[in-house]
Design a binder for this molecule. Structure first.
Ligand SMILES: C[S@@+](CC[C@H](N)C(=O)[O-])C[C@H]1O[C@@H](n2cnc3c(N)ncnc32)[C@H](O)[C@@H]1O
Length: 202
């Protein structure tokens, strides 16, 4: 839980400062191996959303796999970088706050998670769960790498099994969970779990 003396990762300035200074220790420079495995096994691509997309490597991977993909990040420098890396997909990147952006009637078959939930102070986690429940169609999935473990100096704010169930269990069912042993960035290494949560019809 954050306190008054900690930098507040729920504030836009926290992220723009890091992006503008090039302090992006979470950036893998590629797509995670677990996503590659997932995309190879997927038979029916649909609409995908990548919240807190950062450099957006995964956006290209979803697009190549046949998904109609949208990505969003509140840091202007992140969106500029993603558009520069993938100019052919520039219009897929939205520069906005995930919690405030108006997606209209658009809903998603899949929302991809990596480094987004753990970047938010735990006080914002209920908003995350509510937004995901709203944006994902019944039967759709919230899938990706979730951070588990302990972190003495958050962010990142890691999950525990109990916290995850409390947060998502009312509207999602956990279909798959696997510890990722693939090489990652030092700040996440050994803490990433590939998970697939299915939106329950409520
Ligand atoms: C730890 S980084 C992870 C970036 C990317 N997912 C990755 O794996 O490299 C968290 C990202 O979420 C973005 N972010 C934080 N809060 C956000 C919000 N409310 N709406 C949209 N993006 C947000 C930050 O700007 C940052 O790029």
């Amino acid at each position: 839980m954050s306190n008054a003396s900690e930098p507040d990762s729920g504030q836009t300035g926290f992220w723009t400062k890091r992006w503008d200074a090039g302090k992006i220790p979470w950036d893998l420079g590629d797509i995670p191996a677990a996503l590659n495995t997932f995309l190879l096994a997927e038979q029916i691509p649909g609409r995908a959303l990548v919240p807190g997309c950062g450099s957006g490597y995964e956006v290209k991977a979803f697009h190549q796999a046949g998904y109609d993909v949208t990505a969003i990040d509140l840091a202007g420098t992140a969106v500029e970088r993603a558009r520069g890396l993938f100019p052919e997909l520039a219009d897929r990147f939205i520069h906005a706050n995930f919690f405030k952006h108006d997606f209209g009637s658009q809903r998603f078959d899949l929302v991809y998670e990596r480094g987004f939930l753990c970047s938010l102070p735990t006080t914002r986690w209920p908003d995350y769960a509510a937004r995901m429940s709203d944006l994902i169609i019944p039967g759709g999935r919230l899938a990706g790498l979730f951070l588990y473990g302990e972190e003495p100096e958050p962010p990142p704010f890691p999950l525990t099994t109990e916290l995850a169930e409390k947060l998502l269990g009312a509207t999602f069912k956990l279909l798959r969970t696997e510890v990722s042993t693939a090489p990652s960035v030092p700040v996440y290494q050994g803490m990433e779990h590939w998970q697939e949560w299915q939106r329950i019809a409520t």
